[in-house]
Every structure is written in structure tokens, then in C-alpha cells.
Design a protein around this ligand. Structure first.
Ligand code: SAM
Ligand code: SF4
Length: 330
């Protein structure tokens, strides 16, 4: 097993220790940039079951993956979410278990998820104003989400981040409210630049705003770029002496964004997707049925990784397979 550790490298010598695993395409929100008409089933296939998930994570952990992010769709619509976290936490080599959620079920789930072993939590909060939140997510659940977030802090989930997609004319005037939020709370707010997908072309033209506006604003207000390691991934984080929390920005249109790519993705149907905006997917599901298939699964993953493209081509509007991010998890 030792020989396999750290063997997840692509042809450009990027090393992978971080796997994003979608647990479902289903979502109960209608975010205007993602699923404006709500989730509609496009196929009859079921998402990976617990057994398939665990076989998958076992194989990847032996290849050097030490952080798993559970995402979706909305991963907490799965009734077995706590049990999945609990089982992943027991797998050798997995040091961090992360969850990205819209926060709808967080109030009930924060404590059991923490007890199950969840270490990192990202909660999407696209506005801090009720009316705007409804406009962006299609739901009036801002209060509910914030109560869930407070609960997560209270129960002691170690790393908590808020994800906010920056949207021109929708939430770009709320910057100072978000910054106030991290004055006394030990959490990060991460602004994500809106990405074009196969189904949001017109919306993108209307609401895309470069995160450069936040970068300059923060620097002007005395925030400093935090130093980072090569394995930290593409987010840039800022700190300020008067603030307990941090502000991060994720700028997928920046020239060197893909150079720091540190993640692999698996769809909820067990397909390996090498680039968020790539064309290719490889189904691993037939190799997830039995723990004895682990070696063949690992060899298949290692071979496929060599096909990972050097970068996406979003700048030319090429969005690949991704019609919306609920299909794969962002
Ligand atoms: N449902 C969960 C949630 O919203 O947190 C997890 C899945 S969602 C696809 C993961 C993240 O991707 C969320 O923070 C969401 O805001 C972000 N996202 C979705 N579509 C996006 C887009 N077109 N551009 C940038 N971020 C996007
Ligand atoms: Fe659902 Fe998340 Fe997409 Fe919003 S961003 S519609 S919460 S999957």
C-alpha cells in the first residue's frame, strides 16, 4: 500500500490529495445561477449507495487522498448523510471530511455530523438580506440557514466557511455586511466568481463580475494576502489584524487558476470527471461493487488521471459537460 501513496499525479506533475464526491444531483433550492427552475430528474439511475461510496473512498485513500468533500446537488437531502460521514471517518488516511451544503438541514444535522467526524463545513449564503436571498436562491430560508450556521459554530465543527457567489446587481453591494460577519467570528467568507455553465449563458452575461473588485477593496482596507502552500488550491485568502475570520476569493478566470488544481471529482453516479469544465467522464461504478475490486479500480484511476487536461477553456465560453454545477458539485 505504501508504494501507492502519493501516486495520484497527472501528466503536468500536479499531485492530488483532495477528492470531491457528489452524493446526489437532487436539490431543494432553485439558485438562479444553478437550477433556476428547480431540480428535474434527467435519468433513472440511482446515486452511489453507501457501500459503493465506501469502496471508492478506500481505494482513493490508499492512493494518497486525505481529504474528501461531500457535495451535490444538496448532499443533506440524503437520509444516510451522517452514516456516510461516520464510515468515511473510520477509513485509514482520511484526515479531513468536508461538506458543502445550502444549510437547509444544518440546524438538525450540525451536532450529529460533528459527532460523526465532520471537520470542514462550507455553507452557501448568497445574500445576508432576506429579500435578496429569496431572489437568488428561490427560497426564503436565510434565517434558517443562519441558525444552522450558528449551531455549527457552537457544536465546534473545526473549519467553517461561507460560500458566496459574487453576482453583479444582486449581491455586490453587500460586501461590507459579509466583512462585518468575520470581525468576531472565526469563519471565512469565500467569494466565488460566477462561472458560465451550459445552461446559464444569458444569466452569466448579466451578472458576472470579476472578483478583482473585492481584491482591490480588501487591499485598500488593510487586508493582507495570507501565505499559502502549493497544496492549498486556487483560493486566495486575506487576513486583517482587527478581524478574527478571513475573506477568500476564488477566481476561476484568472490565468494561473488551473496550475494549482489539487482536486479530483466523482459524480453521484460514480463517474470520474477530470476537469469541472471538461468533456470526459469515466464510469467507475462497475468497479465499486465489491471490496475485492480495489486494485483494478486503483489501476483504472491512475491510468485515467494521465488524461487530465492542463486547464479549462472557460474564457472562450467552453463549458464542457457541465450544464449546471448541481450535476457535479462545483
Ligand atoms: N447545494 C450545495 C450548496 O449550494 O452549497 C452544494 C452544491 S453547489 C453546486 C456547490 C457550490 O457551487 C455552491 O457554493 C454554489 O454556490 C456554487 N456554484 C454553483 N453554481 C455556480 C456557478 N455557476 N458559478 C460559481 N459557483 C457556483
Ligand atoms: Fe442547489 Fe447548491 Fe445549486 Fe443552489 S447551488 S441550486 S443549493 S445545488
Amino acid at each position: 500500500m505504501r508504494a501507492l501513496q502519493d501516486s495520484l499525479r497527472d501528466s503536468y506533475n500536479r499531485q492530488f490529495k483532495y477528492l470531491r464526491l457528489s452524493l446526489t444531483e437532487v436539490c431543494n433550492f432553485r439558485c438562479s445561477y444553478c437550477l433556476p427552475d428547480g431540480y428535474k430528474s434527467s435519468c433513472s439511475e440511482m446515486p452511489l449507495n453507501e457501500n459503493e461510496v465506501i469502496n471508492l473512498v478506500h481505494a482513493f485513500s490508499e492512493l494518497g487522498i486525505n481529504k474528501i468533500r461531500l457535495t451535490g446537488g444538496e448532499p443533506t437531502v440524503r437520509q444516510d448523510i451522517v452514516s456516510i460521514v461516520q464510515k468515511i471517518a473510520k477509513i485509514d488516511g482520511i484526515k479531513k471530511i468536508a461538506l458543502t451544503t445550502n444549510g437547509f438541514r444544518l440546524e438538525q444535522l450540525a451536532a450529529p455530523l460533528f459527532e460523526a467526524g465532520l471537520t470542514n463545513l462550507n455553507v452557501s449564503v448568497d445574500s445576508l438580506q432576506e429579500e435578496n436571498f429569496l431572489k437568488i436562491t428561490g427560497k426564503s430560508y436565510l434565517k434558517k440557514v443562519l441558525v444552522g450556521l450558528e449551531k455549527a459554530v457552537l457544536v465546534g465543527i473545526p473549519t467553517i466557511k461561507i460560500n458566496t457567489v459574487l453576482l453583479k446587481d444582486l449581491n455586490d453591494t453587500e460586501l461590507s455586511n459579509y466583512i462585518n460577519l468575520v470581525r468576531k467570528a472565526p469563519i471565512s467568507v469565500r467569494f466565488i466568481e460566477l462561472m458560465q455553465t451550459g445552461s446559464n449563458g444569458d444569466y452569466f452575461k448579466k451578472h458576472h463580475l470579476s472578483t478583482k473588485v473585492i481584491d482591490s477593496y480588501l487591499r485598500d482596507c488593510g487586508w493582507y494576502e495570507a501565505s499559502k502552500q502549493i497544496t492549498d488550491g486556487p483560493a486566495v485568502e486575506f487576513t486583517h489584524k482587527d478581524y478574527l475570520g478571513r475573506i477568500g476569493i476564488i477566481s476561476p478566470y484568472e490565468k494561473d487558476f488551473c496550475k494549482l488544481c489539487n482536486r479530483l471529482r466523482i459524480s453521484s453516479f460514480g463517474k470520474l470527471q477530470l476537469c469541472l469544465f471538461g468533456q470526459g467522464q469515466l464510469s467507475l461504478r462497475n468497479l465499486l461493487q465489491d471490496a475485492d475490486q480495489k486494485e483494478e479500480l486503483q489501476q483504472t484511476i491512475l491510468k485515467s488521471l494521465l488524461l487530465k487536461p492542463v486547464e479549462h477553456d472557460l474564457k472562450s465560453g467552453f463549458t464542457g459537460l457541465t450544464k449546471n454545477l448541481s450535476m457535479i458539485g462545483g
